[in-house]
Design a binder for this molecule. Structure first.
Ligand code: ATP
Length: 319
């Protein structure tokens, strides 16, 4: 279990992490999502004692990272896959880590096999592709057989086979009862990997929710309607209990009723229809809506999103 309580980090006038509180539980994969610059890496660095919080605290199994007697046996971390000695071989990199942490040589062979790097064990770390470096970083994280694992953007640089491999690995680690926190800015990836989502934007908590609940709350349907009598139809549909708003191109977006009903209402009032297109909001769209106001480098003209979204009884958004 990782616990964050009112964790805050300021760099001068920039508040990178703002009063963040959430728990990362064992036995599930927790996806840590947010747009670029949201504060994911800074949060992870504070959990690991690499950056000091301005206020608040982060603990791992009840202790601060710096107070853990054998950190590598308790927490495995992939932060920066390129943070290796470039001239050292894959094997030597792991040997150094194993020796300084009292880990048996046999475990090195084991993790090399697990991440598929046995055939390149003697290759220099500096000559590895980004995908292979990610695998080496993951091997190092697994070396101490820790209960808690944290991966910062682990699919970066991996080919599709590598992406599936790491997804399977993370799900397997969680199934063994471990605590797995994985950061990403891709909702599509987290939808396939995580059981729970923690979403942040501009350092603040936007959602802390089960993936299923996020999907349920996001899966709204709408119907795009084009008609030369938009005002008349909007009025009639509102009378019938639907929510109606204009879309960007003179059409109507109708929620709360289905295409067949819209067609019937139009016919009953002699309204001509040019288009009637059902649309189901995708997870990616729901995520973008949630984080819209928090994107550091968004295109001009985007509307700010709401600060935080509540997700019903199971959601932890407000807790
Ligand atoms: N050492 C630092 N000094 C000053 N500002 C910093 C420092 N580290 C991070 N920041 C700022 O804090 C904010 C959060 O950065 P952080 O790297 O934690 O975000 P992130 O969610 O990991 O983003 P990305 O997905 O782009 O890696 C950004 O505005 C960043 O510019």
């Amino acid at each position: 279990m990782i616990e964050l309580r009112q964790l805050t980090k300021r760099y001068g006038r920039v508040t990178a992490v703002d009063d963040l509180s959430f728990d990362v539980r064992p036995g599930v994969v927790t996806g840590f999502l947010g747009p670029n610059g949201a504060g994911k890496t800074t949060t992870m660095r504070m959990i690991l004692g690499l950056d000091a919080p301005t206020s608040g605290a982060a603990t791992i199994r009840g202790r601060r990272y710096t107070d853990l007697p054998a950190p590598m046996h308790e927490v495995g971390v992939l932060l920066d896959a390129r943070a290796t000695h470039p001239r050292r071989s894959v094997l030597d990199h792991l040997k150094c880590l194993a020796q300084s942490n009292g880990i048996a040589r046999s475990r090195i062979e084991e993790v090399l096999g697990l991440v598929g790097l046995s055939p390149v064990a003697h290759r220099r770390a500096g000559g590895l592709s980004l995908g292979m470096s990610q695998r080496l970083g993951i091997a190092a994280a697994l070396l101490g057989d820790p209960e808690v694992l944290m991966f910062d953007e682990p699919v970066n640089g991996l080919d599709p086979e590598g992406v599936v491999w790491i997804r399977t690995l993370m799900r397997g680690l969680a199934a063994e009862g471990r605590t797995v926190l994985v950061s990403s800015h891709l909702m599509s990836e987290m939808a396939l990997t995580a059981d729970r989502l923690v979403v942040i934007g501009r350092g603040r908590l936007l959602a802390d929710v089960e993936l299923d609940e996020f999907i349920r709350a996001s899966s709204r349907e709408s119907v795009l309607v084009r008609t030369p009598d938009a005002e008349e139809l909007a009025c009639r549909l509102r009378d019938a209990g639907a929510a109606v708003r204009p879309d960007a191109e003179d059409g109507l977006v109708v929620e709360g009723t289905e295409s067949a009903v819209i067609g019937k209402v139009a016919m009953a009032h002699g309204v001509v229809l040019h288009e009637l297109t059902p649309h189901r909001i995708s997870l990616e769209e729901a995520y973008m809506e949630l984080t819209r106001g928090s994107v550091e480098f968004g295109a001009s003209g985007t509307k700010p999103g709401s600060d935080r979204v509540e997700f019903g009884a199971h959601g932890g958004g407000g807790r």
